[in-house]
Structure formats: structure tokens, C-alpha cells
Design a protein around this ligand. Structure first.
Ligand code: SAM
Length: 290
């Protein structure tokens, strides 16, 4: 019986056998901690009918755990040097497809095309390379094919900003950008010691789940994004001042009365507004935005 790929002894043996050198520029911090892998797998709430896209399989430690539990795993890895390693470590599994690609250049729709029609749920599970966490996450959230669930290992600070609610210092455009699309939760905080080599910061397992029915109806997404961005532009400025910057100083009187109509104090700050209030605000100020 072979040890799991993630077992520290097996991982070291694989790295040694292939003479693999970590590339910092590709965010290569591999997981060798069974408890953490267990937490990721639990957060993914996997079913035997699921199709899972994994981003950055590395030497396959998480990939293996996924393949044992689901129908199909599509693992997208940019680093060509890992292909011969994955061919060997994942040889026992016939339900894994390794794709040598930059995830930013492949949409979920393209990756899943060969497997259509897909009957089960679509999930993305990844210990992400930290240099491109947010672009990857937004590409996945805003794509044509929306996954049912994303389970992403990312920096702890970023995860805390994503799940933050109004009134919290971490609440901002990032929290709103994600929460308007998916339900966000932190499943587990992961210390840097769980990885080799160790990253500089602690991590968190973030779970994003698709809303059955979105609580947020946004009529004009581009305009909503613009309003949210400007309301957090200068965090120390109050809402009115940030709105004046966006809409033009000549609209001060109208903006003051719009805030009053929405029941918002003139000196309120962006971080105190709920997502619903940002949606109302966008509708109210839309005539001043070009
Ligand atoms: N899944 C492995 C684990 O948990 O041990 C490795 C995770 S490591 C944090 C990130 C992985 O993503 C590396 O294997 C890296 O080569 C790969 N990667 C980096 N940038 C990528 C990109 N743009 N597209 C696909 N994979 C990428």
C-alpha cells in the first residue's frame, strides 16, 4: 500500500526523485498536511456525481483526494515541469484529466466542453497560487458557466475581506463584488506551517456557494460597480464627498436630498452601507453618472 501523495515522506521522495525546484513566481506552496486536505474536501461537500475543476494540482496531493470521491477531475496546471510528475503520481486514477494551461486563459465553459452534458454539480477546488487569487476568483464567479461551489485556499487577510459585513473594517468593494454573486464563508484558518515551502502569511479555506435565488437584483452591473468603487475610494471621506467626486460638485443639493430620501445620514461612510443600500443608491444617482 502506497502512502498518499500528500504524506510528507512521500512528497519529499517525489520532489527528490524528479529533482523538482519550487518556483516562487508561480505561487508554488504545496500542501503536506492531511488535516488541511480533509478540511478542503469537507468544505467541498463532494458527491460521487460531481465534476471538479482543480486549479494548480502541483504534484497531485489534493487532486488524488478529489479523484477518490467524485466522477471527474479536470486539473489545470501551468507548469510544464509538473506534467511528468503528475503522470506518475496520478497514474492509479482513470478519472483525472490534467490540462497544461494558464487558468486565466481558459474559461470553465471551455474546460468543461468535452464533458457535456454534465449531470452532477460543478465545483472548483484549489489551493490557489497567491499572486493571482483575485483575478482567478472573479473570472470563475463572473463566467458564463457558474460553478455550484468554489473552495479556495487563499491568503487569510483576503478571505476576511471577502466575507466581511457592513460596519466591519474589512468590508469594502471586494466583499460586495463577491457577496453579490455568491454566499461566502471561511471554512478553516490554515497556518503557514501547513505548506512547503512556507508562505509569508497565513491562509484560509474560503467557500463560495451559488445562491439558489440571488438576494441581490442589480439592474446595471457596470454602474453598480462604479458607485461601490467610488464610495470606498477614499475610506476616510464620507459618502457624500465620495459621491460628489463621482457625480460632480454641481449636484450637491440633489445628492443631499437623495441620501435623506434613502434614510442615510450625510456623514455616513461607505463601509456602513449594506449591499441592498448600495443597490438603492445606484438607482438613485444613476442619472448623474455618464
Ligand atoms: N495543489 C497543490 C497543493 O495543494 O499542494 C499545489 C498548490 S500551489 C499553491 C499552486 C499551483 O498552481 C502550483 O502547482 C502552480 O504551478 C500552479 N499555477 C500557478 N499559476 C497558475 C496558472 N496561471 N494557471 C494554472 N496553474 C497555475
Amino acid at each position: 500500500q502506497r502512502l498518499d501523495i500528500a504524506d510528507p515522506i512521500r512528497t519529499q521522495a517525489i520532489l527528490h526523485q524528479f529533482g523538482f525546484k519550487f518556483k516562487k513566481s508561480l505561487g508554488q506552496n504545496f500542501l503536506t498536511n492531511r488535516k488541511v486536505l480533509g478540511a478542503i474536501v469537507a468544505a467541498a461537500d463532494l458527491a460521487a456525481t460531481d465534476t471538479v475543476i482543480e486549479i494548480g494540482p502541483g504534484i497531485g496531493s489534493l487532486t488524488e483526494q478529489l479523484a477518490r470521491r467524485v466522477k471527474q477531475v479536470i486539473a489545470v496546471e501551468i507548469d510544464q515541469r509538473l506534467l511528468p510528475i503528475l503522470a506518475e503520481t496520478l497514474a492509479p486514477y482513470d478519472n483525472i484529466q490534467v490540462v497544461n494551461q494558464d487558468i486565466l486563459k481558459r474559461s470553465l465553459a471551455e474546460l468543461l466542453a468535452p464533458y457535456q452534458p454534465i449531470s452532477g454539480q460543478i465545483k472548483v477546488v484549489a489551493n490557489l497560487p497567491y499572486y493571482i487569487t483575485t483575478p482567478i476568483m472573479f473570472q470563475l464567479i463572473n463566467g458564463v458557466v457558474q460553478p455550484d461551489r468554489l473552495v479556495l485556499m487563499i491568503q487569510k487577510e483576503v478571505a476576511q475581506r471577502i466575507i466581511a459585513h457592513p460596519g466591519h473594517k474589512d468590508y469594502g468593494a471586494l466583499s460586495i463584488g463577491v457577496q453579490t454573486k455568491m454566499h461566502a464563508e471561511i471554512a478553516e484558518i490554515v497556518p503557514k506551517t501547513a505548506f512547503i515551502p512556507q508562505p509569508n502569511v497565513d491562509s484560509a479555506v474560503l467557500t463560495l456557494t451559488r445562491y439558489d435565488e440571488s438576494p441581490y437584483q442589480i439592474a446595471n452591473q457596470a454602474m453598480f460597480d462604479q458607485v461601490v468603487q467610488s464610495c470606498f475610494q477614499q475610506r476616510r471621506k464620507n459618502l457624500l464627498n465620495n459621491l460628489l467626486h463621482l457625480c460632480g460638485k454641481n449636484h450637491r443639493d440633489e445628492l443631499v436630498s437623495i441620501l435623506a430620501d434613502l434614510g442615510l445620514a450625510p456623514n455616513i461612510r461607505g463601509e456602513q452601507l449594506s449591499i441592498e443600500q448600495f443597490i438603492e443608491l445606484t438607482t438613485a444617482v444613476s442619472k448623474f453618472i455618464h
